[in-house]
Ligand binder design. Structure first.
Ligand code: GLV
Ligand code: MG
Length: 338
């Protein structure tokens, strides 16, 4: 891990950032709230006890005439509360908006010591991260902050997806990347109007010859986001930062939400956004490894001794690679229990 002062060092534009390990602080659910909504803001201290990350949202879903109220609300909430181990993040407005400069200047100056991560929407390429990185360095130096703010990018434009590797490695401040399926669908001109999740029309059908190996189930819905999540996970793993699934908009469909979150978890994501309290428990369940998986992982690790060679456990072959997989599960369980 680089020392905090490295974050203030001038960044050579275009130079690849060194690979580093981000400490695994739990961030299974990034819980969104509108800081300008007084009813929602009043619930924040209670919600903070149930979530890993609280995020004061200033961007989409906040009306243009409520942007300043949201920003001021977040400053007031951060100053009035100590959320303990729960991280406080914000999503600022996009870099092409008239609000983002005031968002960054105000938040870093007023509550830079309370914020952990700044989520930047609609990131198109490394240049967007370089801009935010430089501006943060200037604002932090002026405010006398000693803990550097980290940056999280939302992957939600076609060009962002094309540039995801360079985005992930654009700055030592990079903490992670979230899939933004709603904006991404619009940017790609996909034909779904849903916020995340699947689509009943995106499916595979069994062969019309009548051969049915599926015990009567003739169609399966496919994961619309598989390709992007997999690309994002690879880019994040390559640069030692964390990948997340973003929003699931159909709050009532808890089953589909859990399925979507689980697909992302199995592919390597460490968390997802929660847009409603009902999604907090779903994310907690899905992004914490199941006790039976943890027990199995520990058994393989124990029986593999120094981690080399091969053993048979319950009829399954285990070797150096499977022990590495098992360590991922066991280490996650340990980090969540700490
Ligand atoms: C999130 O911001 C999305 O566009 O899905
Ligand atoms: Mg979006």
């Amino acid at each position: 891990m680089r020392s905090p002062k490295d974050f203030f060092a001038p960044l050579a534009l275009g130079a690849p950032a060194p690979v580093r390990e981000i400490p695994v602080t739990p961030s299974r659910m990034i819980h969104f709230f509108d800081p300008g909504n007084e009813k929602m803001a009043a619930k924040v201290p209670d919600i903070a006890k149930k979530v890993d990350v609280l995020l004061g949202n200033l961007e989409d879903a906040v009306r243009a005439d409520r942007k300043e109220a949201a920003r001021a609300g977040l400053v007031a909430i951060a100053k009035a509360n100590d959320f303990g181990k729960t991280q406080l993040w914000t999503r600022v407005n996009s870099l092409d908006s008239p609000w983002v400069l005031d968002d960054l200047v105000t938040l870093v100056t007023e509550i830079g010591d309370k914020l952990d991560v700044i989520m930047v929407p609609k990131v198109e390429g490394a240049q967007d991260i370089h801009y935010v990185d430089r501006l943060l360095a200037q604002l932090e130096a002026r405010a006398g902050l000693t803990k550097p703010l980290l940056v999280h990018a939302i992957l939600e434009t076609a060009s962002g997806v094309a540039n995801v590797e360079e985005i992930a490695g654009a700055s030592p401040r990079m903490q992670g990347i979230s899939l933004g399926p709603a904006d991404l669908a619009a940017s790609r001109r996909m034909k779904t109007t849903r916020v995340g999740g699947g689509h009943p029309g995106y499916l595979v059908r069994t062969d019309p010859t009548g051969e049915d190996l599926t015990e009567g189930r003739t169609t399966y819905q496919q994961d619309l986001w598989h390709y992007t999540v997999a690309r994002m996970v690879d880019a994040c793993a390559m640069h030692g930062i964390l990948p997340y699934y973003g929003p699931f908009g159909d709050i009532r469909d808890v089953v589909a939400c859990e399925d979507q979150f689980r697909n992302a978890f199995l592919l390597g994501c460490v968390g997802a956004w929660s847009l409603h309290p009902v999604q907090i428990d779903i994310a907690k369940k899905v992004f914490s490894p199941a006790p039976s998986d943890v027990a199995w992982a520990r058994k393989v690790i124990a029986e593999m001794g120094d981690g080399t060679g091969a053993v048979m456990i319950d009829g399954k072959m285990q070797d150096d690679a499977s022990v590495k997989q098992c360590r991922v599960v066991a280490e996650l369980a340990d980090a969540l229990a700490a």
